[in-house]
Design a protein around this ligand. Structure first.
Ligand code: DQA
Length: 147
């Protein structure tokens, strides 16, 4: 039960970057929390961040044929990247799109997501807890599949 947790541009600065919007936890804190919950849910977590679109695409390709799910916070690529959408469309498992902030409360350019055309579920505005809720959903759907 392998799950990729993928993070896009600027999320390496989580905790320092606009903390009034994204909170004070760092991405390392989020990774630790995901790994702890992963143990509880019997999920092996591969956690990555990149500011480069192609790296995110390469991780999605790596997830193909082996992962049960992808939790992805594509950062600003959410609103721009047909290439990441195309990559997600090659993946057969569960895809959860996760945003720390409530994108719908923010600038109108954040209201549209290419990722949502593929995502099985979308979470926004739950802070970093959204990652944990996303993992719970991936685990639940994997449980349902195996019976
Ligand atoms: C984000 C929301 C995006 O609009 C923004 O570009 C980000 C982070 C979020 O987690 O709330 O980088 O995906």
């Amino acid at each position: 039960r392998l799950v990729y947790v993928l993070n896009g541009p600027n999320l390496n600065l989580l905790g320092k970057r606009q903390p009034h919007i994204y909170g004070s936890e760092t991405l390392a804190d989020v990774e630790d929390a995901c790994r702890a919950l992963g143990k509880e849910l019997d999920l092996e977590i591969r956690f990555h961040q990149s500011n480069r679109e192609y790296e995110i695409i390469d991780w999605i390709h790596a997830a193909r044929e082996q992962a049960t799910g992808i939790v992805i916070n594509p950062g600003a690529f959410t609103h721009t990247s047909v290439a990441i959408l195309d990559a997600l469309n090659t993946f057969n498992g569960t895809v959860i799109e996760c945003h720390i902030s409530n994108v719908h409360k923010r600038e109108s350019f954040r209201h549209h997501s290419y990722m949502s055309l593929r995502a099985d579920g979308v979470i926004a505005g739950f802070g970093t807890q959204g990652y944990l809720l996303s993992l719970r959903r991936v685990a639940k759907l994997a449980d349902e599949k195996t019976g």
